[in-house]
Design a protein around this ligand. Sequence first.
Ligand SMILES: [Zn+2]
Length: 497
Amino acid sequence: MNSKTPYKTVIGLEVHVQLQTETKLFCRCSTQFGAAPNTQVCPVCLGLPGSLPVLNSKAIELAVRAGIALNCVIAPFTKWDRKNYFYPDLPKGYQTSQFDLPICGGGFLEIDTLDSLSGQPIRKRIALVRAHLEEDAGKSMHDEVAGRADSRIDLNRAGTPLLEIVSEPELSSAEEAKSYLTEMRLLMMFLGITDGNMQEGSLRADANVNLHFERDGKTVATPIVEIKNLNSFRAVERAVLYESNRQFVLFQETGLAIGQSPKQTRGWNDAAGETEMQREKEDSADYRYFPCPDLVPVVLGESEIEIARAAATTTPAAVRKSLVETHALKPNEAETLIQQGRGVVEYFENLVQEGASPKRATSWMLQDVLRYLNENNASIETYPISAASLAKLLMAIEAGKLDTTRGKEALGKMIGQPGLSVEKAIESLGIAQVDTSELESLCMQLLTENPDVIDKFRAGNNKALISLVGPAKKKNKNVDPRQVQEICQRLIESGTF
Ligand SMILES: [Zn+2]
């Protein structure tokens, strides 16, 4: 029971993940997004008589990888079933899916959430029912072609491989549903299973929502509503909130509990901010599932499962642990890098591997690299500076050859002039190493001009010398702040002052 509401919200999510294959599930048509309508079709995905499907083994490989990452049991024997229904964008009149023998069973995903009673951050394990493979349908375009009365069908998407991952109803708030979807997307993207592009429909969710009330020591539940096709994190959050409120009001009015009113399928209208009745939910018997006579069952060997296991090791959870434990990042710093995707994490790891200190590398990643990517809407793959070059620059700063401010200027030069070496960038800023005797006379001058700083330092204020850095830079912008402080300290302690 949530402390804020007189009921408990119960949510199960079905996430449809579009697998990152080059071709469709049962034919060799391209899955590339954005082509002109009906240019990526063939007799198989158009459902023409006499055509026969041929399974894309890459889809099996990715589904098994996903199953392992989600801690599922991988079925050694799995088969294809026809789910029969009529829809304009489903030319075959059935969807090839998996009914009683899905490729992945059980499993779980861990999410970060807040304890509903204490409000403390906790890790919660959400159990999964199953994950099965199926083909996507085409697209009806009545919305897109504004101002036209007709509907048009684009079958480019028909036959694209989807992995449908079904959770147990163990999510208990809109925030948890969002957190689950966020972590699921991140995991699937980290392992190269999907491109995760939600605008292009590569990841969509349906939410099963109902409410539980405590009445006289018994739990009373409202009828389950399935909300279809949620294609953004915000949509999931808003739809669940809207639906919980709607069911609460309805239950107060009618008192109808689960079993007393049929299951409903509702659509989310994002513009109106409402769920809308679509149909009373079909039972699986309505679909007349039967094994597909055109496809042989899939038998997986131990070696195939082992290959998938090896490809499923770099999970966000494993990376979080390594960044925090090996490189001493703070959890929120690690999270910021991870949320940018695997490429950004790898870039960071390369910086450290090339010799940059993890602390400095983290700070430059979070400030400079991510800001550049953000401002230029760029991906790390197109970032103009290689990790090796940036590491070299960070090491030059570490070694006192230039300070952070000048380092950022050097980075700016390198970005503006791709291919410019770190040495040349530093040189072009006019930074010449200031020799020691020059530095000493500069420090003598500084201390003579600032006797109060000497007094403060002698009185035990170890940070007093920092105030000399500004004046020192005014005298010579190439001086290294650390050296200035060291020399001044030596001059005071040796009794010269
Ligand atoms: Zn095709």
